[in-house]
Design a binder for this molecule. Structure first.
Ligand SMILES: Cc1cc2nc3c(=O)[nH]c(=O)nc-3n(C[C@H](O)[C@H](O)[C@H](O)COP(=O)(O)OP(=O)(O)OC[C@H]3O[C@@H](n4cnc5c(N)ncnc54)[C@H](O)[C@@H]3O)c2cc1C
Length: 263
């Protein structure tokens, strides 16, 4: 790890000012950033801690669940309000990594990082979430722009994520047995924004919407509606954990399970 200065501002304006330095980097749970710094893959001059900005907490209305950016995975997983409004989201959070990761990692850090095998991006995309930052609101459809790439500008801070409450939703993940990251994860939702299916872990460009499945499920929201639809292997990840064809097959299997779970 290289030397760096460490700042812990107590309001968003001060954090944004510090992050105006292009060599400064925000940190939330540190579950991704610290390993990156340890491997000397990044060399910020200043690390700006976001955890004292007052961005933690969950607000539920009749139509939305809004989660502050520095809310930890365990807080979402154990929230009775989230479990009631969007049980699939609480379920997703409860299956991220291991206990230590869930106690430190945050929703804002996960969405800012946009790991192609992370869980939250699939929920944000399938539920049609809005990513709120210090300067604007970004629709999930515009936010995810490829592997580890988002619409965030340099120095822009995610402050919260707003999820519309769906009529039905479920998330099913086939986890890598070592890391628990998704080999394939499918989030299915039927809600105010229609039927939406988002797939994580599988695509070379990160999370994506499965439009063929969405069309079939919009006509008939049942696992049977997906019978006979085969996801092409083109564009799927291939690595030591599985071939592109294997991942494509997993998408088909996991999507049917997710629809069945959504009921
Ligand atoms: C062993 C292990 C297993 C894991 N398994 C899973 C898994 O199964 N599923 C899964 O989804 N994830 C998994 N993770 C990742 C975990 O969910 C992390 O919480 C997540 O990657 C990053 O969140 P963080 O709060 O730790 O972010 P940090 O590490 O603090 O930051 C990550 C990146 O986001 C930036 N950032 C942080 N917060 C903000 C913000 N509010 N606004 C703008 N930029 C910001 C940072 O500058 C950095 O570039 C795992 C991690 C580990 C170490």
């Amino acid at each position: 790890m290289y030397d760096f200065a460490f700042s812990k501002p107590t309001n968003v304006a001060d954090a944004v000012k510090l992050l105006g330095d292009p060599d400064a980097k925000p940190i939330s749970g540190g579950q991704t950033l610290i390993p990156v710094l340890k491997q000397r893959l990044n060399k910020p001059t200043t690390v700006v801690d976001l955890t004292k900005l007052g961005l933690s907490g969950i607000t539920v209305t009749a139509t939305t669940v809004t989660i502050g950016a520095t809310t930890t995975h365990v807080t979402v997983a154990t929230s009775a309000d989230v479990a009631k409004a969007i049980p699939a989201l609480a379920h997703l959070a409860s299956h991220i990594g291991d206990r230590a990761v869930r106690y430190r990692g945050t929703i804002g850090g996960s969405l800012a990082n946009n790991d192609p095998t992370a869980d939250y991006p699939s929920a944000a995309l399938a539920l049609g979430a809005t990513i709120k930052t210090d300067r604007r609101s970004i629709a999930a459809d515009d936010y995810f722009q490829g592997m580890f790439t988002t619409a965030l500008e340099p120095g822009e801070i995610i402050t919260a994520v707003e999820f519309p409450i769906p009529e039905k939703a479920a998330y099913v993940k086939f986890p890598n047995p070592a890391s628990r990251y998704a080999m394939v994860g499918v989030f299915v939702a039927k809600g105010p924004k229609g039927v939406r299916v988002a797939v994580t872990g599988a695509g070379q460009n990160g999370v994506f919407r499965h439009t063929a499945f969405e069309t079939a499920l919009a006509a008939n929201f049942s696992a049977g509606a997906l019978a006979g639809l085969a996801t092409p292997a083109d564009g799927m990840n291939a690595d030591i954990h599985g071939s592109a064809a294997y991942r494509a097959h997993l998408v088909d299997v996991i999507a049917k399970r997710a629809v069945a779970a959504a009921g």
